[in-house]
Each structure stands twice: as C-alpha cells, then as structure tokens.
Design a protein around this ligand. Structure first.
Ligand code: I3S
Length: 128
C-alpha cells in the first residue's frame, strides 16, 4: 500500500533573481525594459529590488527600499504567449491595478517554481 501523499507546501516567502519588465502601467502600455531584479515574494506582495550590477550584493548595499511592489491580491499569472516576448520561460503577471509585468528566467526549473508560488499566492488571496 502506498503511503499517503505528502504535499509540499508552497512557501509564502520566496526570493531570487529574475528578469523583469513592465509592459503596462495603470492600464497604459509602456516601453519594455528588461532588467535583472532581486525578487521577493512576501505574503501577497511581490517586491522587486534594483538589478544586481557590480559585485555589491543587495544585502550589503544601502538599498533598503524595494524598487517597486506588486499587490498579488486579485492578480492573475499565466505563461506569456509567444507574441509577448521572444524569450523562453516568460510569465505574464496582471494586477488588479492595471499593471502588467513579464517575468523571465533562463532556468526552466526556476521559473516553474515561481509560476507555482505565484499561482498559489494569487489563488489564496483571490477574494480579498
Ligand atoms: O516586444 P518588443 O518590442 O519586441 O520587445 C523588445 C524590445 O523591448 C527591445 O528593446 P528596444 O526595442 O527598446 O531596443 C528589448 O531589447 C527586447 O528584449 C524586447 O524583446 P523580448 O522579445 O526580448 O521581450
């Protein structure tokens, strides 16, 4: 007999480096500008810090404020269609405030983990 299935909880906190660009802000299309961002999922918020250029780590720098924060309550996340970007492994995140972001990693498993974490977060906060 099989042991009962162990479900691995989705972390409500997760962080890592992702490539990010806004494509829409408050309902208006904006120019794409990809940048590498230290990304933190914290509760129902997704925080992006400035890109990691040079050797100074984010923690060691004086950057204490996130560059921007996205509210995941009422947001949607899906795999981006091919016309959104020529890059591989791209997620499209749409917020209730009318901001759309593309989130990408070259590493398949990394972006798949983010997709799972973001989807879980979005669905658990959908009715707030
Ligand atoms: O959707 P687009 O316009 O093909 O996006 C590309 C541009 O944003 C381009 O910048 P400039 O057109 O400002 O030089 C970026 O360098 C590309 O990365 C964008 O396309 P991808 O397919 O990488 O998202």
């Amino acid at each position: 007999k099989h042991p009962s299935t162990v479900s691995i909880p989705t972390p409500s906190e997760k962080c890592g480096v992702l490539n990010v660009t806004k494509i829409t802000e408050n309902g208006k299309k904006v120019r794409k500008s990809w940048s590498s961002s230290w990304t933190v999922l914290q509760g129902s918020s997704l925080l992006f810090a400035k890109g990691q250029s040079g050797s100074t780590s984010w923690f060691g720098s004086n950057q204490s404020k996130p560059e921007f924060t996205v509210d995941l309550r009422g947001a949607s996340v899906e795999w981006a269609s091919k016309d959104k970007s020529s890059k591989k492994h791209v997620l499209e995140l749409k917020t209730r405030q009318g901001t759309e972001l593309l989130i990408q990693s070259e590493i398949d498993s990394v972006i798949t983990d983010w997709f799972r974490a973001l989807s879980e977060t979005v669905s658990s906060h959908a009715w707030e």
